[in-house]
Design a protein around this ligand. Structure first.
Ligand code: ZN
Length: 351
């Protein structure tokens, strides 16, 4: 669906095809035509009236007991109409969910107010409530990044009002991690005794769901997208509209590295290797877009990335937890430099 991440269940259960389109749970069935059940019904069973359209049920969030929006559309609507209605209803649900939250707690480090349910704990052993930016703060000594990832996954599944920036921090972990992140997330959840199912986007970070600012508050390059989009779709749109942006970040990062090395070693004796990490380019775009959406959705609060930018410093300490194949210093320099350049280009303001 139009730039959204899609995950399909492999098997039909109780006559329903179940799939996930970003935060929307989508169920296709003809269960309005059944009078009895065995458990392995197929919606395309010839015993049913296949001349009638199936029902397309959509709901968000995916957690059945936390739903804010639920609607059913006839399955014979043109695909473009289904997509348009899904976009509109999800955006309305997101607005309703945001309007209903109450900032009844604060992050223990930055002091920003958030709903208690949206704050995260740095590890199973530490009960401090923090925003995800502060989990990387140097004041937290025993954060567990895999535990952080599992909490973000849970919130995305169960809460339609989750702050937009949280998913970008998840995308940072997914893009930076080496192999086995999903397995470690399952093991962490299992140790905590909770049932857990990781979205596929943790092993395919291009499929991460990123909430977007309202259409009129976006750069023209992103106006054609719905209320959110896959991270790789955002990256393609930004790269197409600003073809020199990636290279500008790369050059600035490499120049700043040269300056640093020059100050330490004297004149360079040969070309330095490229410090830019192409796999982390989506992280910069995801963070800028998602945290800008969050700032616009919560206009009375401080813009999240305006807070202490040393917040990512602790990445150095925690980097081994996600078995990243990338140099942490290069990653940090790239994100730091890239956030300002990309934010200024897309939204006219440095972060
Ligand atoms: Zn905080």
């Amino acid at each position: 669906m139009d730039g959204w991440p899609v995950e399909m269940e492999a098997a039909v259960e109780f006559g329903e095809y179940l799939s996930y389109f970003g935060p929307l749970c989508v169920v296709i069935s003809r269960n309005d035509q059944r009078v009895s059940w065995s458990g392995d019904e197929d919606p395309d069973d010839a015993a049913l009236d296949l001349t009638r359209p199936p029902m397309v049920f959509m709901a968000a969030p995916s957690e059945p007991f936390a739903r804010i929006v639920e609607f059913t559309l006839p399955g014979d609507l043109p695909a473009a109409e289904l997509v348009a209605q899904a976009r509109q209803l999800l955006a309305a649900g997101r607005s309703a969910a945001l309007a209903a939250v109450c900032d009844d707690s604060t992050c223990s480090i930055c002091g920003e107010a958030y709903p208690r349910a949206h704050l995260l704990t740095p590890s199973r052993a530490v009960e401090m409530l923090l925003c995800p930016l502060c989990i990387f703060d140097g004041d937290v000594f025993d954060a567990d990044l895999v535990h952080l990832a599992t909490q973000i996954n849970e919130l995305e599944f169960a809460d339609l009002a989750v702050p937009a920036g949280w998913s970008a921090m998840g995308a940072l972990l997914a893009c930076a991690a080496g192999d086995g992140l999903v397995e470690r997330m399952h093991a962490t959840a299992q140790r905590g005794g909770v049932a857990f199912l990781a979205y596929e986007r943790w092993s395919d970070p291009g499929a991460a769901w990123i909430w977007l600012p309202a259409a009129e508050q976006r750069p023209a390059a992103l106006r054609h997208l719905g209320p959110g989009a896959r991270l790789d779709v955002l990256v393609d749109a930004v790269d197409a509209a600003y073809p020199h942006l990636r290279q500008r970040v790369r050059t600035t990062q490499n120049d700043s590295w040269q300056e640093l090395i020059g100050a330490e070693k004297g004149p360079a004796v040969g070309p330095e290797p490229d410090r830019f990490i192409a796999s982390l380019w989506p992280v910069i775009i995801g963070i800028v877009v998602a945290f800008t959406a969050q700032a616009l959705e919560r206009p009375t609060r401080q813009a999240p990335l305006a807070q202490d930018r040393g917040a990512l410093d602790a990445l150095r300490r925690y980097w081994p937890q996600i078995a990243s194949p990338y140099e942490v210093e290069d990653a940090m320099a790239m994100v730091e430099i890239g956030l300002d350049i990309v934010a200024e280009t897309l939204f006219g303001t440095p972060q």
